[in-house]
Design a protein. Sequence first.
Length: 149
Amino acid sequence: MSADGQIVPVADVPTDTTFLFRVRPTDADIQESPDRESGEIREAIMLRDDAGVVGWLNYCQHFRHIKLDKGSGAEMRNGEIICTNHGAYFESDTGFCNFGPCEGAYLSEVDLAVEDGVVQLVDDDYEFVGCGGIETDPTDLGSKSNREF
């Protein structure tokens, strides 16, 4: 929506799946994390719950390059986000993994708030980049493996 952290009207956030958007780290410690390039744009998801909206980075905690929402909304069951690659279940309100290979881990939170009916990014560690996922080159047939050689 705008550069001041406004993302989307809360009425446009689905109740049965996730809404995908992009953020960029603003904190030097986050930017320089060993598994990310400096200033790399990341995907995040939000969903509505009884308290309003919650936001998480769009990556499973088992293998952090695996996306929960692959562009059409994350799979959900009984209010939990499901990693379709590993079968992990994450509580949508806390990000806690209660089943799967990363059981006990938490999704990385992105702080959101609803102000005047609009979802706002209020997390000082990130800046809003845009709605939707990170665009990739459809002609790139490369693959990201779970193993590095």
